[in-house]
Design a protein around this ligand. Structure first.
Ligand code: ATP
Length: 873
């Protein structure tokens, strides 16, 4: 088996041994730049107190102190401290979650060590290592080229020059620098400098980055919190003036006004959103989707079209040759995967390279025109390189073809998705010859002769028609078909013309088992799936049929180019799949879909996919086979390259957006109740219904903890059964404002009624009961917000244990507030009797039952109208 790197250098290279690499690492250190120091915990803690809303609280504390209200001062101090701790814990957890995501993005590199190509972390590279650079790779260290074919390097990160520069070993400028990118070609290079010793020690991101940029949602909510802050101050001032006008105690009114303004503001909101998104990102990683930007999670929930590659995303990318077609013989191939046990058969009889000269040449072409390597790892075979090539190398082994000499290949034109061809110049006897492989129609274009058992003959129209028919028959079965050809070398260079067609290899690449269900899930979620593949139309159609992906129309890349924009727009309104495309076509498809106001998720793995990934609303790159350039351009990295993961991530995006809407409404409805009770009470001239400390307490027990627990709600059972939301769907909307008002009015008026009802008995008792009633209303109302349209019995009463725990803790705290003497002093409460508890219980019931009843009626009505599957928001 070919173990060592083979190329035109005339050398067989084995790279450093593990011991040598270890010794060098001790001497030169890790190949990484000193990390930007993460913000320390102390600073994060202090940051919690610089918030505008907390500053209002601090002012309130100072005023309370000056007025000699020491209990209030203490309460306010406690609220500030607890808010700070809560904010700190949330932010720190978010930071830590993001940090670990960042670590997962650390780049890998292909290195030759111990005579074997291996993927290692780029930080493990040492000077002297031999690295293999392929198109799309970010160069991990400074290196001197040893060997290169068609290498062009994009040095814009270093020099600002955006046109990629050709590089050839041995010439001036044959050094490649860390941080620049291989735009095309392939190279073998010796590492000369690592880490801080690289000439570009300051590259922006050696480790990739997870954007900390605020998402639209965060900005929108931050703005909402700020607006509420100002509104609160205005209302507080109005209350103060009103109170003074009505001759109320100045100090008391001052405190009430200030506390009210704080009570009205959901100051926990921005922090809750951050932690929800960060925890959501961590949850997504467990499902194999890594969000490089938090924004992606938000947009994902609104995705309306997924444009996906075929090979490796819808299929396994584990290729096996199952048949070979030549002009006069058809061979069957047994065995699976990259295990060379298996054989080639002709009419049921085993046959090998030495029995059949045409077969020998086909196998030879497949084994030579390649970068794939097989090696045994314990009891199984490992393959490095492209799966298509790995399958052809395995095929060669099954046919007992001689592996090519290590120094056989003299030059190469690498494979690219644009050309769909790859050629090598190889030593042959005393001369040299060319082997080419690629998409059959491309190979046919450069052939003028064809090989037969009787020797080569001219490739006329009849032969071409037979080859095309065989190609179509194989592709129609869903096989990926590779054409192979050989030619004479003219003047020691590769000239892809006048070649001899050798045969076709049919490769099976089975669909991933979970994809069919995922496509079904996407469709019932109103998300269109469009396959865009470089493979042939027939193969693509066959795979689409196997996956039950509707594709009424198949358009090739060439046909796409011939379309006017208006025609493409029409095509994209039907079920369509695109085949034999080049990466540039993706860009046009994304733009056309975006013109239709679709939110587009687009997958890509190659260097030329980057523009389309950037343009798409959600660029999705492949964690396993994707190039660094594609990963850098993407918002979401699929750690398993699997289409099903995109659909899961969309579900997660929907869940998170839904949860943000839930807790925003919940927090604001709680605040609305307090404000309404206070305002009406002041207007009718009653004594203060809630004291400043009580308002702060409510603020503390309702905010934060319960809201974070709401952010942890599981996805609703029907979240993938309704169409995607529009991107501009507001967080609150009319429905949201009405719900908040409805809750606010009931809880506000009910607590006011309790207060006025008990006032003749005893003012402190009345106030304590109203205060406790309000807290319990707020606790009970959380059930209404667990889902904005489904009743609790449908989503499961116990499906969010965090919420139940949060409720238990906060209700326990309220009981303590009423019965525990230190808290009684602080909050001016008196113990409640069974009678008051009964009253509160009665008033709480509607909060629990009415929303639940309304949602149940709506649920049943929708189900009756549209069938069980169609109950939607
Ligand atoms: P997708 O775009 O869905 O990932 P793909 O991998 O088939 O599909 P390309 O990489 O553009 O897309 O490949 C296009 C065609 O080129 C293939 O159908 C195959 O015929 C040919 N091909 C693929 N890999 C090689 C290779 N390493 N050498 C020669 N030809 C290849």
């Amino acid at each position: 088996m070919a173990n060592a790197f083979q190329h035109g250098s005339g050398l067989s290279l084995t790279g450093l041994t593990r011991q040598e690499a270890e010794a060098a690492r001790k001497k030169y250190g890790w190949n990484e730049l000193p990390r930007v120091k993460r913000t320390g915990p102390l600073l994060v803690f202090i940051r919690q107190f610089s918030n505008f809303l907390v500053l209002i609280l601090i002012a309130a504390g100072i005023i309370a102190f000056t007025l000699g209200e020491y209990a209030d001062t203490l309460a306010i101090g406690l609220v500030i401290a607890l808010n700070g701790v809560l904010g700190f814990v949330q932010e720190w957890r978010a930071e830590t979650a993001l940090e670990s995501l960042r670590n997962m993005l650390s780049p890998q590199t292909l290195v030759l060590r111990d005579g074997r190509e291996q993927m290692i972390e780029a930080r493990e590279l040492v000077p002297g290592d031999l690295i293999i650079l392929e198109a799309g790779a970010r160069i991990p260290a400074d290196a001197a080229l040893h060997d290169a074919s068609g290498l062009r390097v994009d040095e814009s990160a270093l020099t600002g020059e955006s046109v990629p520069i050709g590089k050839t070993p041995g010439e001036d400028g044959s050094e490649v620098c860390a941080g620049t990118v291989v735009a095309a070609g392939r190279a073998l290079a010796v590492v000369t400098g690592t880490g801080a010793q690289t000439s570009f020690g300051k590259i922006a991101s050696l480790t990739g980055s997870v954007g900390l940029k605020k998402t639209n949602l965060q900005v929108q909510l931050g703005r909402l919190a700020m607006q509420l802050g100002f509104a609160a101050m205005a209302i507080a001032t109005a209350i103060l003036c009103l109170g003074l006008y009505m001759g109320r105690d100045v100090a008391e009114m001052f405190m009430t006004g200030l506390s009210l303004s704080v009570a009205m503001v959901p100051e926990g909101l921005p922090a809750v959103v951050t932690i929800t998104l960060a925890l959501g990102a961590a949850a997504m990683v467990r499902q194999k989707a890594l969000a490089r930007r938090l924004q992606a999670i938000e947009t994902l929930g609104a995705a309306s079209v997924i444009c996906t590659d075929k090979t490796g995303t819808l299929t396994e990318n584990k290729m096996t040759v199952t048949g070979i077609w030549t002009l006069d013989r058809i061979y069957q191939v047994t065995g699976t995967g990259y295990d060379p046990t298996g054989h080639i058969a002709l009419d049921g009889a085993v046959i090998g390279a030495k029995d059949d000269a045409v077969l020998a040449e086909v196998l030879n072409a497949g084994m030579t025109c390649t970068h794939a390597n097989l090696h045994r790892e314990g009891d199984h075979w490992e393959m490095t390189g492209a799966p298509t090539e790995g399958a052809l190398v395995t095929l060669g082994c099954k046919g007992w073809a001689d592996p090519p000499q290590p120094d056989a290949v003299l030059a190469e034109i690498p494979f690219s998705s644009e050309r769909k061809l790859m050629s090598v110049l190889v030593r042959s006897g005393n001369g040299a010859k060319v082997f080419t492989k690629g998409a059959p129609e491309q190979v046919l274009k450069i052939c003028t002769r064809t090989m037969t058992q009787a020797g080569p003959r001219d490739l006329g129209a009849e032969e071409a028609a037979r080859i095309t028919a065989a190609y179509e028959a194989m592709a129609g079965e869903g096989l990926r078909v590779i054409g192979l050809a050989a030619g004479a070398a003219q003047g020691g260079t590769i000239d892809e013309k006048d070649m001899t067609f050798l045969g076709l290899a049919g490769l099976i690449d089975p669909p991933r088992p979970e994809v069919r269900a995922a496509i079904g899930a996407a469709r019932s979620a109103g998300i269109r799936v469009i396959m865009i593949t470089g493979d042939s139309p027939l193969t693509a159609q066959a795979i689409a049929t196997q996956l039950e992906l509707p594709a009424g129309k198949t358009l090739t890349g060439d046909a796409l180019e011939a379309l006017e924009d208006a025609e493409l727009d029409q095509v994209l309104r039907q079920e369509v799949l695109f085949a034999r495309t080049r990466p540039a076509h993706k860009m046009r498809i994304v733009s056309a879909l975006q013109e239709q106001h679709q939110i587009v998720a687009m997958t890509g793995d190659g260097v030329n996919d980057a523009p389309a990934l950037k343009k798409a609303d959600i660029g999705v790159s492949m964690g396993v086979r994707g190039t660094d350039v594609a990963k850098d351009a993407s918002d979401l990295v699929l750690l398993d390259d699997n289409f099903a993961t995109i659909v899961r991530a969309i579900g997660e995006g929907r869940r998170q957006f839904g949860n943000v809407r839930k807790f925003v409404r919940y927090l604001l409805s709680s605040n609305a109740g307090e404000v309404i009770a206070l305002l009406i009470n002041i207007l009718i001239g009653g004594p203060l219904i809630f004291l400043a400390t009580q308002i702060l307490w409510m603020n503390l027990v309702t905010d934060g903890v319960t809201a974070v627990a709401l952010g942890l709600e599981k996805g609703e059972p029907d979240q993938m059964e309704h169409p995607p939301r529009r991107k501009d769907t507001p967080i609150l909307g009319k429905g949201g404002v009405l719900t908040i008002l409805a809750f606010g009015l009931y809880t506000g008026l009910a607590s006011l009624w309790v207060f006025l009802h008990l006032l003749p008995v005893n003012e402190d008792l009345a106030r304590t009961t109203a205060f406790t009633a309000m807290v319990l209303f707020e606790k009970a109302s959380v059930f209404a917000f667990r889902s904005l349209h489904l009743p609790c019995w449908r989503i499961g009463f116990f499906s969010n244990l965090f919420l139940l725990a949060a409720l238990a803790v906060t209700i326990g705290a309220q009981v303590a507030a009423v019965y525990w003497p230190p808290l009684q002093v602080l909050l001016h409460t008196v113990p409640l009797q069974a009678e008051q508890w009964g009253l509160i219980g009665l008033l709480v019931l509607p909060v629990l039952l009415v929303p639940e009843g309304l949602k149940t009626l709506r649920y049943l009505a929708t189900r009756r109208r549209k069938g069980p599957a169609a109950v939607q928001a």
